[in-house]
Design a protein around this ligand. Sequence first.
Ligand SMILES: NC(=O)c1ccc[n+]([C@@H]2O[C@H](COP(=O)([O-])OP(=O)(O)OC[C@H]3O[C@@H](n4cnc5c(N)ncnc54)[C@H](OP(=O)(O)O)[C@@H]3O)[C@@H](O)[C@H]2O)c1
Length: 339
Amino acid sequence: MNSNRVKREINMQKKVFRWGIIGPGRIAHRFAQGIKAAVDAELYAVASRDVARSRVFARNYGAEKAYASYVDLLEDSKVDAVYIATPHCFHFDQALMALEAGKPVLCEKPLTVNAAQTRILMKTANLKGVFLMEALWTRFLPIYEDVRRWLEGGSIGRPQLLTSTFGFRAPLNYEDRLYNADLAGGALLDIGVYNLAITQWVLGRNAQYFSAHSHIGKTGVDELTSVDLFYEDGTASQFTCTIKADTENDFNIYGEEGRIRIHPPFWDATKATLTSKNESLTVEKPYIETGFEYEIEEAMRCIRLGEIESPKMTHAQTLATMTLMDKIRTAIGLKYPFE
Ligand SMILES: NC(=O)c1ccc[n+]([C@@H]2O[C@H](COP(=O)([O-])OP(=O)(O)OC[C@H]3O[C@@H](n4cnc5c(N)ncnc54)[C@H](OP(=O)(O)O)[C@@H]3O)[C@@H](O)[C@H]2O)c1
């Protein structure tokens, strides 16, 4: 283990784990509902630039504290960990501030806008001995355990080809973060990150080379991006992510001896089908509340053990995806105004 990692035994004696939320916007609601289903967890504090928004959110979810600034929340010694739910371009500064204050961080995807920022956060987490994880909640959904078992049990043989889409038609709104280049908008960082993270979860290694093409819209963000990844052994993964059209949104893993289909929407899946020479089997695994409860419980488990990263969503994996997204952005000519 890295000698800089000071194992911290946080909350071992405490029964209830107290979460704080930074940025109570759209996705924060799903997280707050997820906490209800997580064992021994509570939403304790919320911080917004707008204290009225904090108060309404805190009241809705029974949180004790409603702060008017993120710093105030980070200074509250009762907060055991923070969940950062602001647009991507703010993740780096806010996560850095939290880590430096000694607060464990679960930060929405993508962890940062680029790999350089990711490296700094990881270095800080290691130096401070504080937990940091990208909130790639899909990886913790129960159905993915079945998919893992099929893959490891050799049910489809060696994977040869992965195909997936993540697309939805987002109304053209230049103010919305999705279309806003100043907020690091576009399809790749917002949703392509799931296609990449699940590809990595299935294959467990980095692509040898890739090709990528995009439609960059009027606001300067990628509205549609298609990527082909190729691996040394001839395996390929192809995906398209788009905010211009509703797509199938399943994830298929074709092997030498069969196929696994993670049913749509694959990032929020409760159902998967295994088709092989010997069997055809569909499994359903509904989640308890919102599906976020599993990543919440994993973060709490790691933090209670004093870990700096989760073995299920490691720093190396997040960094590999961020590095690949940097390369894809270079290939498609997508640079944000603030970079
Ligand atoms: N896991 C998932 O399934 C999922 C789904 C959707 C989004 N996400 C991720 O969650 C993050 C937030 O997405 P969202 O759609 O929930 O965001 P959002 O509702 O647009 O904004 C969330 C919060 O961020 C702050 N914020 C928004 N715009 C800002 C601006 N222009 N300047 C400064 N602060 C701003 C606000 O915090 P204050 O209240 O402090 O003002 C707002 O309450 C994104 O990184 C996204 O990738 C994840």
